[in-house]
Design a protein around this ligand. Structure first.
Ligand code: FES
Length: 161
């Protein structure tokens, strides 16, 4: 017994010190975990999405008879032969592939399963179940075209310029 006590005297880390340190560490880890979980619980559970409105450019950027893809927004800005403008979604209504404008054929085509749409996104050939949606478009006081992807408009809606 005396030999054991002597050993402990020579060793700066005793059993008691070790167990106290382990207990304190465990309590600290549990406290930190509960603080993190409480902070996560109290923070708002918000899905951050890009704004639905974007500036597409000025009217002069779009020559008459053109179909221009805004890759970032996945929207075609179509300037018809008659001069009016429409904003058409580039996302295929079948399974969501990004469509392409085929100027030589005058159609918007889906590379995934072959759906075809006319220059203003009206369905020509499936398997897509419906036409590409048209989005609301206006001009601001500086002549910028503002497209709102949050507002789908009817096929007949155009922006006269
Ligand atoms: S995703 Fe376009 S035709 Fe299938």
């Amino acid at each position: 017994m005396q030999e054991k006590a002597k050993k402990e005297e020579g060793n700066p880390i005793t059993r008691r010190y070790f167990l106290e340190a382990m207990g304190g560490g465990a309590i600290g880890i549990v406290a930190a975990g509960s603080v993190i979980l409480t902070a996560q619980f109290l923070s708002p559970n918000v899905l951050r999405e890009p704004p639905s409105k974007f500036k597409a450019g000025v009217v002069e950027d779009f020559p008459v008879g053109s179909v221009t893809l805004n890759k970032k927004q996945k929207v075609f800005i179509v300037r018809a032969q008659e001069g009016y403008l429409v904003a058409v979604s580039a996302v295929c209504t079948h399974l969501g592939c990004i469509t392409n404008w085929k100027s030589e054929e005058g159609i918007i085509a889906c590379p995934c399963h072959g759906s075809k749409f006319d220059g203003e996104g009206r369905l020509i050939e499936g398997p897509a179940p419906r036409s590409l949606p048209k989005f609301a478009m206006t001009t601001d006081d500086r002549g910028q075209l503002i497209v709102d992807k949050g507002v789908v408009v009817g096929e007949e809606v155009i922006l006269k310029v």
